[in-house]
Design a protein around this ligand. Structure first.
Ligand code: 5AD
Ligand code: SF4
Length: 437
């Protein structure tokens, strides 16, 4: 019996697909290498309409495949399904779907498959329990050695007015520190070299503990002290919650990567207010200044959105201005996409051609900055974790500050740290050679 998982969306989803893989393997399935699978799971995303339309297109194509093979099991899980009324809508449009589970209901997958096989019973389970219990005994089939993801919290309390996440993933729940530390210690023992801590807003880790016994800085400090030759990253940080204590801890420990993903979303104070972000452009620039004072080489990346309802040309120019000032080492740029059920969806929308022109301008400005910053790497040596072999046979990996580097070397080096002398840069990419220095 063979399985296939189609994963859409963020790192959280990529990691949750490792959990889904384990559930399927528990039932005796193994990974399909061709299109001869007996079960296909779509782990979905709904952050933007483009993501949803792409997934719906892929599901639609299964109609023919299911007709040719009625025994094929089709499961749709994750963020998209938990939107209000979506599960019913999916079943109506695609009656050949067998299982629908929300992002908070993944533990039901094994039983859902057993019920389908034994009793021909479909399972549709997308309850939005506000604070579902955090499972601590989750097992994963990890597929990204030498990198591993570790969830430190689930859900989000922020309700940014454009964002669907709090509606489909529920309120913030932090995992117990002991469980996180144990998991990370085991990963290091198992040979993983880079651990990425995951949470929608990692800086509010521990806020939901009644005794307020630990915060994100405290957790980071404990994890930084796990012995071994490895390093730790984390995402995502919220500018309203990233405090000096966290910056000091990152600066203090070599095991903590000098790399912070700090979504700004907009450079306009009135838009930030309308987004419910709880910081101003001045606050944001102040944090960037503090990070750079303590860690001059820290890579700061961001998410930026254009075309939020009410965004004027002046607001957009404020975004361009802050991008020029902050000098991000990389930025994910998005066109605002109205999400049903969120406050911004009810506001007056901006025409698509304006949004489109703005994002093109933004990308151009950021690309120029990335290119200029890349030049600074040339002629210097960086410690890189060798992560993979590229199609052309070269190796690739990332610096501590998150930059991707390509270089020649033995594929046996994957999973080890190497010093790389940077010889050339090309937009965001760096090229170099291994050096013994
Ligand atoms: N439209 C466009 N981009 C969005 N994001 C979140 N919601 C939306 C939306 N409705 C972006 C934000 C966030 C990133 C993960 O996705 O920039 O930081
Ligand atoms: Fe969405 Fe805002 Fe929560 Fe991020 S912090 S998941 S953008 S609501």
């Amino acid at each position: 019996m063979l399985y296939k998982i189609n994963t859409y969306g963020c790192q959280m989803n990529v990691h949750e697909s490792e959990r889904i893989a384990k559930s399927l393997e528990n039932l005796g399935y193994s990974l399909a290498t061709e299109d001869n699978y007996d079960i296909i799971v779509f782990n979905t995303c709904c952050i933007r309409d483009t993501a949803e339309q792409k997934i719906l297109g892929h599901i639609g194509k299964l109609k023919k495949i299911k007709r040719a093979n009625p025994r094929l099991i089709i499961a749709i899980v994750g963020c998209m399904t938990a939107q209000n009324g979506k599960a019913q809508e999916l079943l109506k449009k695609y009656p050949f779907i067998d299982i629908v589970l929300g992002a908070n209901n993944l533990e039901e997958l094994e039983n859902a498959i057993i019920n389908l096989q034994n009793k021909h019973k479909k399972t549709i389970s997308v309850p939005m329990d506000e604070k579902p219990q955090i499972p601590e005994d989750i097992e994963y089939t990890r597929t990204s050695m030498p990198n591993a993801w570790v969830n430190i919290m689930y859900g989000c309390n922020n309700f940014c007015t454009y964002c669907i996440v709090p509606y489909v993933r529920g309120r913030e729940r932090s995992r117990k520190p002991e469980a996180i530390i144990k998991e990370c210690e085991q990963l290091v023992k198992d040979g993983y070299k880079e651990i990425t801590l995951l949470g929608q807003n990692v800086n509010s880790y521990g806020n939901d503990f009644a005794e307020k016994s630990i915060d994100f800085a405290g957790l980071l400090e404990k994890l930084a002290q796990i012995p071994g030759d490895h390093r730790i990253r984390f995402m995502t940080s919220h500018p309203k919650d990233l405090n000096e204590k966290v910056i000091d801890i990152i600066a203090k420990y070599d095991t903590l990567c000098k790399n912070i993903h700090l979504p700004i979303q907009s450079g306009s104070n009135s838009i930030l207010k309308a987004m419910n972000r709880h910081y101003t452009r001045e606050n944001y620039l102040e944090i960037v200044k503090k990070i750079r004072e303590k860690m001059p080489l820290c890579g700061i990346t961001t998410d930026i959105m254009v075309g939020f309802p009410g965004e004027t040309e002046g607001d957009f120019e404020d975004t361009i201005d802050i991008v020029k000032q902050a000098k991000f080492s990389g930025a994910f740029t998005y066109i605002y996409s109205p999400r049903k059920g969120t406050p911004a969806c009810e506001m007056e929308q901006i025409p698509y051609d304006i949004k489109s022109a703005r994002i093109q301008k933004l990308i151009k400005v950021q690309n120029q900055i990335t290119k200029e910053l890349s030049k600074n790497y040339e002629g210097n040596i960086y410690r890189v974790l060798v992560e993979d072999v590229k199609e052309d046979g070269n190796l690739c990996g990332r610096t501590d500050c998150g930059r991707l580097v390509t270089f020649a070397g033995d594929k046996a080096f994957v999973g080890s740290f190497k010093n790389i002398f940077i010889t050339k840069s090309q937009s965001a990419s760096l090229f170099g050679r291994i050096t013994e220095e």
